[in-house]
Ligand binder design. Structure first.
Ligand SMILES: Cc1cc2nc3c(=O)[nH]c(=O)nc-3n(C[C@H](O)[C@H](O)[C@H](O)COP(=O)(O)O)c2cc1C
Length: 155
């Protein structure tokens, strides 16, 4: 049995919605896979040790006054809460949201990738990038979840 631990930030609920579509898809298509979902405000550095695979989700934000950054809560989690954490080779996937009104569209994915790689983790699968409202994009999200699940089962 495989397990997935999802850690996300969400201010207006978009990332939370995307995460819920993925979690529901996996629970429905692979009841044996354990899926745990956690907001980053409630997560500690020790939570990074949970799950066979981690999955991070964050929208893009103008944290610190510059566009194309992490959501402020994910910024605190990655840069402060977990600044000294070693992922020790752990596989971790990426969900990045953004809006095409911004020049640095969905750039949060690059920051998450940088976090994973600079903390000794391994990027797992393809990044799921959702531009603009996720509502109506369920088919794309589920098709990504299908591939992610296959990859997880192959571990
Ligand atoms: C203050 C603010 C700054 C934002 N900055 C960016 C940005 O730099 N790049 C981008 O692609 N989207 C940006 N967005 C759009 C959000 O990333 C997008 O709406 C996302 O879906 C929000 O997800 P959430 O509701 O889960 O937090 C910004 C939104 C707000 C409100």
């Amino acid at each position: 049995m495989k397990s997935l631990h999802i850690i996300y930030a969400s201010t207006s609920g978009h990332t939370e919605y995307v995460v819920s579509v993925i979690a529901d898809y996996i629970k429905q298509h692979s009841p044996d896979t354990e899926v745990e979902v956690q907001r980053c405000e409630q997560a500690t550095a020790e939570d990074l040790a949970r799950g066979d695979v981690l999955l991070f989700g964050s929208g893009s934000w103008n944290t610190g006054g510059v566009e194309g950054q992490l959501n402020p809560e994910m910024y605190v989690y990655c840069k402060k809460t977990c600044k000294d954490t070693d992922l020790a080779g752990k596989p971790a996937g990426i969900i990045a949201l953004g809006d095409d009104r911004y020049y640095y569209t969905a750039r949060s994915g690059e920051h998450i990738r940088n976090f994973i790689q600079s903390h000794g983790g391994t990027v797992f699968g393809q990044t799921l990038t959702i531009v603009n409202d996720p509502y109506g994009q369920e088919e794309r999200i589920e098709s990504w979840a299908k591939k992610f699940l296959e990859h997880l089962q192959d571990l």
